[in-house]
Each structure stands twice: as C-alpha cells, then as structure tokens.
Design a protein around this ligand. Structure first.
Ligand code: HPA
Ligand code: ZN
Length: 335
C-alpha cells in the first residue's frame, strides 16, 4: 500500500494524457496538429513555462462536453488513488474553456460529477480550485468569478496561474477581495518563475493561505523566515521545476534545504501528463534524487493533509494524518 497523501497542486488540464486527448479529438471532430500520441509526446520538450503553456492550452481544444470533463477527472482520480492520494484539491482554468465557447457550468459540473463518483468509487475526497489566467485582464477574471456564482457550492477556492512574469499578484487585488467576500479560500502561484516579491504580494495584497510553488522564496532569507514562522504551506512541484527548467536537475532541487529551514513543504505533480509522473512518482523521484529518508517522506505526507482545505471535515483530516503516522514503510531491499 502506498503512503497516504493529499495532492494540493494539480491542474486537471495537465492530467490530459495523449491517449485520452486523441480519443476526445476523434469523438469531438477536433483536428490536432500531431499525427499520433508518439509525435505529441515528442513535443514535450519545454524551454520554460511559456513554451509549455502554448502546447498545453492548445490541447485543451479537445475538451468540449460534460462527459469530457468527467472522463478527464475520473482518469486522474483513478491514477492518483493508485499512488496513495486520498484527498485532491484540483485546479481548473475556466477561461481556457469559456474562450472556446464551452460554458463554465459544463466545466464545473463535469468535474464535480467525477469528484462525487470518485468518493464512492475510490474513497478519495476532492475539492475544486478555480484559477484565473494571470496573463488575461483583471476584468476577465472578475467576469469569470461572476459567471461562477451559480456553481460556488462546488468550488472551494480561487487560484492564479499561467504566465507569471509581468503579471504580479497585485493585478488581481479586487478579484481576490470579491472571492473572499463570496466565502472562497485563496491560493496563488507565486515564485515559480517570478521573483520573491510576488510571493510577498500574494500574501499581503491577495491574502492567500497557501503559495503554489514558492520555489524562489529561497532567494530571500527574511521571506523564508516569515513563511516558516507563519506556517504558510508551499505546494512544490519538483518534476515540473525540472521540465520547465526552473532548475537544471532534480538533484539540485532545494526541497531538502527548505524542509530544514522549517518551511511547510508539500510535494505535488502540477501537470502529471506532461512532466513525467503523478504524485507517487514524484515522492519516489525526490526520495532517490535527494536521498530523503522515510521520516522525511512521512513529514511531506503529513504536511499535505495539514495544508489541505479539509476544515469542513476535520475528522477525516485527523484520520488521514493518523494513517500517515502509523504507515509502515517496510524494509526496502538494498539497491
Ligand atoms: N504554472 C503556471 N500555470 C500553470 C502551470 C504552472 O506550472 N501548470 C499549468 N498551468
Ligand atoms: Zn501549477
């Protein structure tokens, strides 16, 4: 049995595997600019975040109906469950779909249906986090929040994603204030490619409770101390950082130093169909590359539940943390 964990940073559009992309393209009569899944996979060589986003948003063209979104989320929940994920807080990008004429209700209801079924089928709990595209205008984000109002009972939080540099969190001050007034929790991507000042802005201007990525906080010692003191969770995505070239190789990832500095780190997959693995694969990869022992892995798993938005089910959170504490890693054969 794999180590129980929560996943707090996964974009549902980033779980679209090439096989499903081609199946949906055929079903919906969408022409893809790739001959087959192999040619598509060969295109997964990214220079940076933007080069990834160009391909990634292009591929969302295959997602059109309720059923498409349900199938996408169900496939993720099945894979995540197999890797020990017991609770998932899942990002979605409504503007990537509404811009193509797909109503926001189709997206939210399609995803929510998979989450409800997933509880029954896999025993996994799920929440939805609606992200605004930060390279679109604040007005567009506000319009998206407005359009989401009939579906807020299915949405736990708002987030901020897409191209970071040049689009600081402060651009979305009013939208986040409006989201808070509607009772939504708040997170934001910050410090993936952007500077440490974006992390401060996300905290001070937007009032976020978690920082997605937060990798570049390590450049600012005062910020690291503050994040540790205030127990602000970071949802790190080490495989993503390598694939999008925020770091050269996994062995150089600062995760271990960040944990040593007292930061509340979690480890996540980001866009698992594109970055070489789901969250269990990510745990395995950081264990190998950074030499993390079992207790470090236990800490990451415990953190994932502590940082999760399970306030509406504290009993479940406590039960899952108890499972992490009691988890027996067993004896691994010498390698
Ligand atoms: N950063 C910003 N936006 C994203 C990412 C990411 O890593 N993945 C999907 N959308
Ligand atoms: Zn992300």
């Amino acid at each position: 049995m794999p180590l129980p964990k929560a996943e707090l940073h996964v974009h549902i559009e980033g779980t679209l595997e090439p096989e499903l992309a081609f199946a949906l393209a055929a079903r919906n009569g969408v022409e893809l600019p790739y001959r087959d899944t192999e040619e598509l996979r060969r295109a997964y060589l990214f220079q940076d975040l933007q080069s990834f986003l160009d391909l990634y948003y292009g591929l969302t063209a295959v997602l059109r109906t309720h059923d498409d979104f349900t199938e996408l989320a169900d496939a993720y929940l099945a894979r995540a469950t197999a890797q020990g994920v017991r609770h998932a807080e899942i990002f979605f990008d409504p503007q990537a779909h509404t811009a193509r004429g797909v109503p926001i209700g189709t997206v939210v209801e399609g995803l929510a249906r998979a989450l409800t079924a997933g509880e029954e089928r896999y025993g996994i709990s799920g929440r939805l986090i609606m992200c605004f595209l930060r390279d679109e205008s604040a007005e567009s984000a506000m319009h998206t929040l407005e359009a989401a109002k009939p579906y807020l009972h299915r949405i736990t939080a708002v987030g901020l994603d897409s191209a970071e540099v040049g689009h600081p969190p402060s651009k979305f001050r009013e939208v986040y204030a409006a989201a808070e007034a509607l009772g939504l929790r708040k997170v934001a991507h910050a410090g993936e490619e952007g500077p440490p000042s974006y992390i401060r802005e996300a905290l001070d201007v937007l009032g976020v409770e978690r920082i997605d990525h937060g990798l570049r906080c390590t450049e600012d010692r005062d910020l690291v101390e503050r994040l540790a003191r205030e127990r602000i969770p970071l949802t790190l995505c080490p495989l993503s950082n390598v694939r999008l070239r925020a770091i050269d190789m996994l062995e150089e990832h600062p995760l271990r130093d960040m944990m040593d500095a007292g930061l509340l780190c979690t480890v996540n997959s980001d866009d698992p169909a594109y970055f070489g693995g789901y969250v269990g694969d990510t745990f395995h990869a950081v264990r190998e590359a950074l030499g993390l022992d079992d207790e470090r892995l236990r800490e990451l798993a415990r953190n994932s539940f502590e940082a999760s938005f399970l306030e509406d089910d504290e009993e479940r959170r406590a039960r899952l943390i108890a499972e992490v504490e009691a988890y027996d890693f067993g004896v691994r054969p010498p390698e």
